[in-house]
Design a protein around this ligand. Structure first.
Ligand code: TYD
Length: 203
């Protein structure tokens, strides 16, 4: 299913860890709901069967081969689309999704798979109307994770790996992508998000 021939809108939030995607998703959700839009806010990996298996990999990534890891992310996405995303889009909702297939291209691409082939493997997935790509220096993101949230870095968040992930994100050239300078203040980033989203929703 391509964008433009369905009642709802699909807006995805992409970028490396700690760039503030989730904060911005919540701010946007609140604005859109106040304006009367019906919003589904969701995320990948999901909390479903495959998403839970993916989270188990966070501390022990090397249990699976790269191909097996890719299959898990694809299975999680198929399930997510069938159960939540496609019905919401068909019902005219605005779907805000924290990570989608650009993350698979960038993260599994940085791990060694071909990003173009990863994108082809996602051809079952609705094309986003807008993919907001949050970009900030990797050190900023890592600081937000370790100091701000008090977390330690999991296997998907190691610094040299994240640098490679950021490079693959930068090289993606899909028409739905808009780049967001995520090193600015929360308010400034929010305004930039609205500048992209409100014209799309014609509001
Ligand atoms: P994240 O958004 O950090 O979720 P949570 O807050 O639940 O930890 O995503 C978890 C990690 O999964 C993140 O480091 C990126 C990685 N990831 C992939 O490697 N491939 C994918 O397709 C997706 C959706 C995520």
């Amino acid at each position: 299913m391509t964008s433009g021939n369905r009642p709802g809108f699909l807006i995805v939030f992409e970028g490396t860890d700690g760039t503030g995607k989730s904060t911005q998703l919540e701010l946007l959700r609140s604005v859109l709901q106040k304006k009367g839009f019906e919003v589904l806010a969701t995320r990948e990996p999901t909390d479903g069967k495959y998403g839970r298996q993916i989270r188990e990999l966070y501390s022990n990534r090397h249990k699976l081969s790269l191909e097996e890891e890719l299959e898990l992310f694809l299975a999680d996405r198929k399930d997510h689309i069938d159960t939540l995303i496609a019905p919401a889009l068909a019902a005219g909702k605005t779907v805000l999704c924290d990570r989608y297939y650009l993350s698979t291209a960038a993260y599994q691409g940085a791990a060694g798979l071909d990003p173009d082939i990863i994108l082809q493997r996602n051809d079952f997935a609705p094309v986003p109307d807008l993919a907001l790509l949050f970009q900030a220096p990797i050190e900023t993101g890592i600081k937000r994770i370790t100091q701000g949230r008090g977390d330690s870095l999991n296997d998907f968040e190691k610094a040299d790996y994240l640098l490679k992930v950021a490079r693959v994100f930068e090289q993606l050239t899909l028409p739905c992508i808009k780049h967001i300078d995520a090193s600015a203040s929360i308010e400034a980033v929010h305004r930039e998000v609205l500048n992209h989203v409100l014209p799309l929703l014609k509001t």
